[in-house]
Ligand binder design. Structure first.
Ligand code: AR6
Length: 182
């Protein structure tokens, strides 16, 4: 399934697909990582499994050089994509959802920073997962609003930002919000 947002002044075309992010033929895939950058479950586990040891090696090098204390929440950094069809993995760390604190600026920052890294790399197509909506517990519809509004307003040079939603519920949540933007 696929949905597209077209707006004249938009540089970046936003598309939605239902599927597995590790199968996307794009320049860069965004990983919903954690600060340690050494793998985990969900998207992170799938990317490291399919990307292979080169991805982890690059992550370890980054931990040893720039991110001794881990990649901070809301920031993004690129590594090789190893055996994935993509060229780069852009790792970002989403905030854990908490009822008592508003972390939405950090979630928006994940998308903005990932696009900035993608632009620096010269990536034309970027696939995003629904950051923070799995293990980190963010409600889908709210996460979709933050993700889509941030990417639509980022003014990035990337030609296509593709949201890859794992299941029908996530796809429909994003589609509902996207329809509201059109
Ligand atoms: N392709 C696309 N989407 C997926 C895939 C996939 N292969 N697998 C899961 N999803 P999550 P988070 C969806 O948990 O909430 C890890 O352990 C999933 O249904 O991957 O940011 C990290 O190491 C959900 O909608 O990321 C961190 O510790 C969305 O992707 C922590 O989880 C994000 O779910 C990050 O948690």
């Amino acid at each position: 399934r696929c949905a597209v947002l077209r707006r004249g002044r938009l540089v970046t075309r936003i598309t939605l697909v239902q599927g597995d992010i590790t199968e996307q033929r794009v320049d860069a895939v965004v990983n919903a990582a954690n600060s340690a950058m050494l793998g985990g479950g969900g998207v992170d586990g799938a990317i490291h499994r399919r990307g292979g040891p080169e991805v982890l090696d690059d992550c370890r090098r980054l931990r040893a050089s720039r991110y001794g204390r881990g990649l901070p929440t809301g920031q993004a950094v690129a590594t090789t994509a190893g055996r994935l069809p993509a060229r780069w993995v852009i790792h970002t760390v989403g905030p854990v959802h908490r009822a008592e604190v508003d972390n939405s600026a950090l979630l928006a920052s994940c998308y903005r920073e990932s696009l900035r890294v993608a632009d620096d790399l010269g990536a034309r197509t970027v696939a995003f997962p629904a950051v923070s909506t799995g293990i980190y517990g963010w409600p889908l519809e709210d996460a979709a609003r933050i993700a889509l509004a941030t990417v639509a307003g980022a003014g990035a040079a990337v030609a296509e930002a593709r949201f890859v939603l794992f299941d029908g519920t996530a796809f429909e949540a994003f589609q509902g919000v996207l329809d509201g933007l059109e």
